[in-house]
Design a protein around this ligand. Structure first.
Ligand code: HEM
Ligand SMILES: *[C@@H]1O[C@H](CO)[C@@H](O)[C@H](O)[C@H]1NC(C)=O
Ligand SMILES: *[C@@H]1O[C@H](CO)[C@@H](O)[C@H](O)[C@H]1NC(C)=O
Length: 498
């Protein structure tokens, strides 16, 4: 009998293709690997458990198989490291967060400078030297910018007013101090620039809405598909680039000119673009298109690292506050005292005195509830101190719940909200430690954490002084989960003048 392609029924094809993928995709493990959790269905592996029941699933694995262990998700073996092993990963040079995020968040496709490894290095240096070290000098400006948002966007609330937070989780609030610090006082007055900063991450992420189904074949296939629109000329962030360039160029030119005229008498403004003017002096005296691209890339990379991360935690902290009436008086009392002391003009000393608020913020960050996060790519085969080995190319995820809900550190009910824990143990919100990994750990720990915590504290201080803040239900609202990742609740918050 002659068999044409058409006579082979579809289901046979499906079977053949599935079996072929299965053969290709059968998880390959090297010698001495952490235990691979057994699973029922080939290819699918633990994908369903990991997406829909991560907390219980990982807790069960951890209990039966210890730390670390391997799971099989979207066609890839991932190694999960918990409380005992995570610190090893963060101390080693073998792991890279930026390489791990390339596939799932291909920002380098639109910000080409990210392809140059020196970009991240100089960016981290600029954050350390230009933001963290100068934080006290920025306090007044941050306060002004945050108040600008509060007065304009929340405003007078003689009656309870429901503010929708789901649309941007206060990204347009945090965009203001970030813009002030990055591009300076002059440009940050411009509402178009603020909007470009606030929307950038969301607009870029709009191309990532496709779930990584194609990663079952290979993660690269997924990356190729999600970046297709970019290759066809659709660039959701181009308009933000144009806005920034338009406002930035004349300011850079002005500064360069002043520098030339004034020489040693030039008084450098305090902001991150001043870093670039210094650079420019050495390289060239004219601002070229290539130079503008470089500096805009640099600024938007920082925007992606700093705005949504911070605003999401601010939003979450406000929900934590609003849902816990028992904490209101104590925190309000501290803010009123510091407000009187500072006469409404905060300095960094005043921010440092907000110890109750700091402890509250730390607790909100600890209980944010991301189950497993911070992907890191293993860049060379790596052997843990316990002798287990993982191969080059493996993605390692940090089991944050295991670290943040540790009973030795946080007592018998580690999941309860312990507002005084940081204060009583003298650990500020910006300090990483072995049971607090929200900012990572070791030499790559988030360089922006001091800035982020300051923004959250100043923002909350001002909001608590001005308003009663409640949740619609009067209780703690539920967070939204995307697989093992958490997002703040979306019910909205009720503001009313004090
Ligand atoms: C509450 C807000 C924030 C959270 C939760 C957060 C979290 C993190 C985490 C978990 C890491 C990885 C650390 C590691 O690998 O050990 C990281 C890295 C980083 N963060 Fe943040 N971050 C926040 C705000 C910021 C801000 C405001 C900036 C910039 C001003 C920033 C810039 C960076 C940079 C540049 C890195 C890469 C560091 C490196 O690779 O050495 N972050 N952040
Ligand atoms: C520019 O050159 C001067 C003198 O050669 C040097 O001191 C300075 O560090 C350089 N600046 C940068 C940003 O490279
Ligand atoms: C909590 O963390 C510490 C330090 O990492 C560790 O020594 C201890 O065993 C952990 N406790 C539990 C119950 O896992």
């Amino acid at each position: 009998m002659y068999v044409s392609f058409e006579t082979i029924p579809t289901f046979v094809w499906v079977f053949i293709v599935t079996y072929a993928i299965y053969l290709i995709k059968k998880p390959r493990l090297s010698k001495n690997e952490p235990p691979l959790i057994p699973y029922k269905y080939p290819i699918i592996g633990h994908t369903i458990d990991f997406l829909f029941n991560p907390e219980n699933f990982l807790a069960e694995c951890r209990q039966k198989y210890g730390d670390p262990f391997n799971i099989y998700v979207f066609g890839q073996v991932n190694t999960i490291v918990g409380n005992e092993i995570a610190h090893e990963v963060y101390q080693s040079d073998t792991f890279s967060l930026s390489v791990a995020t390339r596939d799932s968040f291909p920002l380098y496709r639109v910000l080409r400078s990210l392809d140059n490894p020196e970009t991240m290095e100089s960016l981290i240096k600029a954050i350390r030297e230009g933001i963290t070290a100068k934080l006290p000098l920025y306090t007044g400006r941050m306060q002004k910018q945050l108040m600008g948002y509060i007065n304009k966007e929340i405003g007078d609330c003689p009656k309870p007013k429901l503010i929708d937070t789901a649309a941007d989780n206060f990204a347009s609030m945090i965009a203001r101090p970030v813009a002030d610090v990055l591009v300076g006082q002059e440009i940050s007055k411009n509402e178009d620039v603020i909007k470009a900063f606030a929307d950038f991450t969301k607009d870029f992420a709009s191309i990532l809405a496709i779930p990584p189904i194609l990663s079952f074949i290979h993660p690269k296939v997924h990356t190729q598909v999600i970046t297709l629109p970019l290759r066809f000329g659709f660039n959701p962030i181009l308009k933000h680039m144009i806005t920034l360039k338009k406002h930035l160029k004349p300011v850079l030119e002005k500064r360069l000119k002043e520098k030339k005229i004034l020489g040693d008498k030039y008084e450098p403004p305090l902001d991150i673009i001043e870093y670039f003017v210094n650079d420019l002096e050495n390289e060239t005296k004219v601002i070229t298109e290539g130079y503008m691209n470089k500096i805009c890339d640099f600024i938007f990379i920082t925007v992606v690292a700093s705005i949504h991360t911070t605003s999401r935690q601010l939003s979450s902290a406000l929900y934590d506050f609003a849902g816990r009436p028992e904490l209101w008086d104590d925190l309000y009392e501290e803010q009123v005292r510091i407000d009187k002391e500072s006469d409404g003009e905060l300095t960094s000393q005043h921010v440092n005195k907000m110890v109750k608020l700091d402890s509250f913020v730390r607790e909100s960050l600890r209980t944010f509830d991301a189950v497993a996060a911070i992907p890191q790519k293993c860049m060379d085969s790596y052997t843990f101190k316990n002798g287990m080995t993982i191969p080059k190319g493996r993605t390692v995820l940090t089991y944050l719940s295991d670290i943040h809900y540790n009973t030795t550190a946080y007592g018998p009910n580690p999941r309860s909200f312990l507002p005084h824990h940081g204060m009583e143990n003298n650990i500020p919100a910006s300090k990483t430690d072995k049971n607090y990994f929200i900012f990572g750990s070791g030499k790559h720990a988030c360089p922006g954490r001091f800035f982020a915590v300051n923004e959250i504290k100043i923002g909350m201080h001002k909001l608590i002084l001005k308003y009663h803040i409640k949740t619609p239900s009067g209780k703690v609202e539920k967070k939204v989960f995307h697989g093992p990742l958490a997002e703040p609740p979306i019910t909205g918050l009720i503001f009313e003048n004090r």
